[in-house]
Design a protein around this ligand. Structure first.
Ligand code: F6P
Length: 327
């Protein structure tokens, strides 16, 4: 394989705190190894359109602490087609980009893998999503920041919940997985945590709330992952509980996209820096079609296919700990 001379970097899918820090790490690692780097705007959309910018070590100053992604992010329909991918390949070739670092979630990695198979184009993925739903890494970029953001918000909700003796359902992100809900639930001392992986059932929820009232608690927080499968959305849950437990006054807070914003935590900045360096150095060593992850504090590579197909499992011990904490 010819020596890589220019790496392109993009962010795609839902943004996550730490993406800017990861772009910075990729750019600086390229500068350190004396190869060129180009930023690709709006993920695969910008790749199809050839919307690139040359980046040097100074271009990424002052961004390690910034949320979002200055390269912007998008979900691309064009890249799902062979024609779109051919256009993207032609654009990369025209700009002399000979390898890619793609930062995003499983959709981003699926696109990268197909692109690699079709054009034998070197790619390495960095997992960037607040959901932490990627196999092959204990932490995705942005996850730690989101946990801290959400715990902080629930602490505030608790203040008003206890002033008014209310029960709050707090919906947090997590389309398919309950990592955020489970961890913030334990971290913020929630009464119950509803996650897609475990169907608590409505009866058990009512029992638990009944017991909590009887034990002398005057206010409660129930954390609900948006993908929870209890069979009701969070507003229907509120109605259901008010109907069956009229002693409760219930409110709902859907936290929404604020969970994706904000300055990355120190953990995410360090993780982004380590992953960015590993991604560039892996490409320079001739490796391709891998995702960079962190397992037991070691930066490791997992084949993209495994990262996409594998399941990121919740920590069941946390469910038990939560049950004990709500005694
Ligand atoms: O970033 C992941 C995620 O936050 C999911 O938990 C959520 O369902 C989804 O993104 C919503 O993203 P968007 O509004 O960008 O489609």
């Amino acid at each position: 394989m010819d020596k890589i001379k220019k790496i392109g970097v993009l962010t795609s899918g839902g943004d996550a705190p730490g993406m800017n820090a990861a772009i910075r790490a990729v750019v600086r690692a390229c500068a350190f190894h004396e190869i060129a780097c180009a930023g690709i705007y709006r993920g695969y959309e910008g790749m199809i359109e050839g919307d690139f910018i040359d980046l040097n070590a100074r271009s990424v100053k002052g961004i390690i602490n910034k949320g979002g992604t200055f390269l912007k992010s998008a979900r691309s329909n064009g890249f799902r087609t062979k024609e779109g991918r051919q256009k993207a390949y032609d654009a990369l070739k025209a700009a002399n980009i000979d390898a890619l670092v793609t930062i995003g979630g499983d959709g981003t990695f699926t696109g990268a893998m197909i692109f690699n198979q079709e054009f034998n184009f070197p790619v390495i993925g960095i997992p960037g999503t607040i959901d932490n739903d990627i196999f092959g890494t204990s932490h995705t970029l942005g996850y730690d920041t989101t946990l801290n953001t959400v715990v902080d918000v629930i602490d505030k909700i608790r203040d008003t919940a206890s002033s008014h003796n209310r029960l709050f359902f707090v919906e947090v992100m997590g389309r398919d997985v309950g990592h955020i809900a489970l961890n913030v639930g334990v971290g913020a001392g929630a009464e119950e945590i509803l996650i897609p992986e475990e169907n608590l059932g409505l009866d058990r929820l009512l029992d638990s709330l009944r017991r909590s009232k009887e034990s002398g608690k005057s206010s409660s927080i129930v954390v609900v992952a948006e993908g929870d499968k209890i069979g009701k959305n969070v507003f229907e849950l509120k109605d259901y509980v008010e109907e069956h437990l009229p002693e409760y006054e219930v409110r709902v807070s859907v936290l929404g996209h604020m969970q994706r914003g904000g300055s990355p935590s120190c953990f995410d900045r360090v993780l982004a820096s380590r992953m960015g360096v590993k991604a560039v150095e892996s490409l320079l060593e001739g490796k391709s079609n891998f995702m960079v992850g962190i397992l037991s504090d070691k930066i490791q590579l997992t084949p993209l296919e495994k990262a996409i197909k594998g399941q990121s499992k919740i920590n069941k011990e946390l469910i038990r700990v939560s049950d004990i904490m709500t005694t």
